[in-house]
Design a protein. Structure first.
Length: 502
């Protein structure tokens, strides 16, 4: 559930979305060099766009069993007309956006992956113009376009599956539903309804641009945020500021951005004054679709299981990734699996399911294209406490490879609490002929009761993106597994032209 009434991501400072001077990757600079807007998703995500659509469809069926929708044909037509106008101005994947009004006096906006949006009558009643309604819808559409929902679900699943999720392993019955059900299901406990503060900033910025491109005045998004700020002390909105940025900050950011975007009109579709959103009884309240906003690493409760897998074969086999991104040699008795850019190599019996159904890879190597887990400010603040790559000199800016390595290691340690990075565990490397790092982690696995050693390698790409590899070695074969992984890393070749296209 997105709280529009209150207010984290790759390579932007805390104010970069609206007033920063640096843009990277999926960010681009519109109109003014001092404004950056994120226009395409870039965070860690286990789902495809098609799976976003599937998640949205299943969740909408679940939610609509608990909600009472506004059935006014006039309201439906008005919202649909605005939605179609805005959708024509969104870039990237084309989602079948659909906005429905919920008959609730509470102030709510629920955004599902894939384009389903539910806006409460209470929130609509606060709008004073068509452009403010467009601002609410554009903000929600931006969350969908940036894939915030399934990104949050992916991070929640990562907290359960750990390194296995990084390698694209989702269990013997790995389906979209399996992942979603592991992290809260499709209903009101769904992980994909929990957005971060930085998600809200991003949705504000992109939403304002969508409004401007469609011909609306983007200042209207700031004015509805200002109205919500005045409402925050009332009972029906009091819970909206608990975990989001201050509304005054969001309002200021949107106004700053609106100053450099194309100004537009307050009304395009027409008919706002004919809407009847005020008054009436509420048959469904926000409590009916309330969510627990707290989340964290789920502790393992499995009893120790023995690890009985064969040692790596001295004979190696060449694996060619189907999209030609990577070629690599692996032990002939290890199976190769791939899902998108993720690849996993492991012997039979090396993946064990925990009691909650999440898989654990206990021996093998995974490869993937790095995507950020935290926003730039959070990553930087945490790195001030502890760095995990050899870039301790803070007198000069860190590059994308250092930033990605630090973020990746901290995320692995967060979701695998038994691992640690001893002092001196990081070192510079040359991987596939280019610059990289390796970081060694170790600890006693609660799943097997044995010492587990993990070595993470990172390799920079020409566009400053990063490929990472993680070798997991445990049990009596740990030393031979590490030697096999070293040989694999040395044999890996990355097709940089394909990496650039991805």
């Amino acid at each position: 559930m997105v709280r529009l009434t209150t207010a984290s991501t790759f390579r932007t400072a805390s104010n970069a979305v609206l007033a920063g001077a640096v843009t990277f990757g999926a960010y681009a600079t519109p109109v003014c060099a001092q404004v950056a807007i994120k226009r395409s998703p870039s965070g860690f995500n286990l789902f495809s766009v098609e799976q976003d659509l599937d998640v949205g469809r299943q969740s909408s069926l679940e939610l609509e069993r608990r909600l009472t929708l506004v059935t006014s044909a006039r309201t439906t037509q008005f919202l649909n007309s605005i939605t179609m106008l805005l959708a024509a101005r969104t870039s990237g994947a084309k989602y079948p956006f659909q906005v429905k009004a919920v008959n609730s006096a509470d102030i709510d906006l629920t955004v599902l992956p894939g384009g389903q949006i539910y806006v409460s009558r209470g929130l609509l009643s606060l709008t004073r113009s068509e452009s403010e309604v467009a601002g609410v819808i554009a903000h929600a559409m931006a969350h969908t376009a940036l894939r915030h929902g399934t990104e949050q679900a992916s991070k929640a699943y990562l907290s359960r599956a750990g390194l296995s999720a990084l390698g694209g392993i989702v269990g013997a019955h790995g389906t979209t539903a399996r992942i979603i059900n592991t992290v809260g299901g499709f209903g009101r406990e769904a992980a994909f309804l929990r957005f971060t503060s930085w998600d809200e900033y991003e949705a504000d910025a992109l939403g304002a641009e969508i409004m401007s491109n469609a011909g609306y005045d983007p200042v209207a998004l700031a004015t509805i945020v200002a109205t919500l700020r005045r409402e925050k002390g009332r009972a029906r909105a009091e819970g909206y500021t608990a975990s989001h940025p201050p509304l005054s900050d969001r309002e200021r950011r949107v106004r700053n951005l609106a100053n450099v975007l194309r100004q537009g009109r307050s009304e395009i579709v027409g008919g706002f004054n004919l809407m009847r959103w005020r008054g009436g009884s509420s048959s469904a309240t926000a409590a009916g679709v309330a969510l627990k906003t707290s989340s964290g690493t789920v502790e393992l409760r499995s009893t120790p299981q023995s690890l009985d897998v064969p040692a790596p074969s001295p004979q190696f086999t060449r694996f060619n990734n189907p999209d030609a991104l990577v070629t690599i040699d692996h032990p002939s008795n290890w199976d190769a699996h791939h899902s998108g850019t993720a690849m996993s190599f492991a012997p039979a019996g090396a993946v064990l399911d925990r009691e909650d159904g999440a898989p654990n890879l206990l021996q093998g190597l995974i490869i993937n294209h790095y995507a950020p887990f935290e926003d730039d400010v959070e990553r930087w603040n945490k790195s001030l406490t502890r760095n995990f790559a050899p870039f301790e000199d803070r007198s000069r800016p860190r590059g994308p490879l250092e930033d990605a390595t630090d973020d990746l290691i901290r995320q692995i340690l967060d979701v695998n609490s038994w691992l640690s990075a001893p002092t001196g565990s990081a070192r510079s490397e040359v991987v596939d002929g280019v610059r990289g790092y390796s970081v060694r982690l170790r600890g006693r696995s609660p799943l097997t009761g044995e010492t587990e050693r993990v070595t993470v390698y990172t390799r920079v790409l020409p566009d400053d993106h990063v490929i990472y590899m993680a070798c997991i070695a445990a049990g009596k074969n740990a030393s031979s597994v590490e030697r096999a992984c070293t040989r694999m890393v040395q044999s890996m070749r990355v097709n940089e032209a394909v990496a650039n296209r991805q």
